[in-house]
Design a protein around this ligand. Structure first.
Ligand code: SF4
Length: 239
């Protein structure tokens, strides 16, 4: 019997609001618990143990049933999110979903690696820059790449995504990307106001600043994107 997975929320279909799959319909499976505490975390309800009572231990079979209900039984991409979804045992869910034609994308900071990473369809590694207050362990990060099978090229598509709040974050992203020049890179301005109404004008200014900085720096290999869901729904959860 497979282990239960700690779930914070399952919702959708909606669109993926950021990164390489931006705009694509998806169902989110958000897990509870994270080994990080980023200063600007926008999903504290899936991180802080204060919310533990709202999390549910679910079997892979029950999660799959819920996703099928939501998607009307039509396969689509399931986004594994958190918290840090890498902490959870996702092997069985991925197998069940693949048997039914669903695909799996997961975003994680790259601090915890698991064998089942190689079964994903898309792995988004999003190491956290200095403004988060967290340190990156590049050995752990490399283990994530190894578990995803990047050396054999038979694993998931692997992408790098960076949230940028300031110049120091930008320099961190540039340095980190130079370690893995074969991985596509996505930059997005950070949301500095995660409670209440989103500061849409402030986010647009940050977006213009980031584009300006990147093109002046002639860093042409990146894709710069806003958080589409914040532009549409602000800081509303579960959309
Ligand atoms: S890694 Fe992600 S989920 Fe965890 S604290 Fe940081 S921003 Fe929040």
């Amino acid at each position: 019997m497979s282990e239960n997975i700690r779930i914070s929320e399952i919702f959708g279909p909606t669109i993926q609001g950021e990164g390489a799959l931006i705009g694509r319909p998806t169902v989110f499976v958000r897990t509870g618990g994270c080994d990080y505490r980023c200063s600007w975390c926008d999903t504290l309800h899936a991180v802080d143990s204060e919310y533990r009572d709202e999390w549910t231990a679910m079997s892979a079979k029950d999660i799959m049933s819920k996703v099928e209900d939501l998607s009307g039984g039509k396969p689509l991409t399931i986004t594994l999110s958190g918290g840090n979804p890498a902490i959870q045992p996702f092997d069985t869910l991925i197998q069940l979903g693949h048997e039914k034609g669903y695909e799996f994308a997961m975003e994680t900071q790259g601090s915890v690696s698991k064998d089942w990473f190689s079964k994903l369809d898309v792995l988004i590694l999003s190491p956290k820059p200095p403004s988060s207050g967290m340190d990156t362990d590049w050995i752990d990060f490399y283990q994530c790449l190894k578990k995803a099978g990047f050396e054999k090229s038979n694993g998931p598509d692997i992408l790098l995504k960076f949230v940028i709040f300031d110049k120091e974050d930008y320099l961190y992203a540039k340095d980190a990307s130079s370690r893995y020049p074969y991985l596509p890179v996505f930059l997005q301005p950070g949301n500095h106001q995660v409670d209440g109404d989103a500061d849409q004008e402030g986010l647009m200014q940050k977006m213009r600043w980031l584009i300006d900085l990147t093109v002046k720096d002639q860093w042409y290999e990146v894709t710069i994107l806003p958080q589409l869901h914040v532009m549409i729904w602000g800081n509303e959860k579960g959309v």
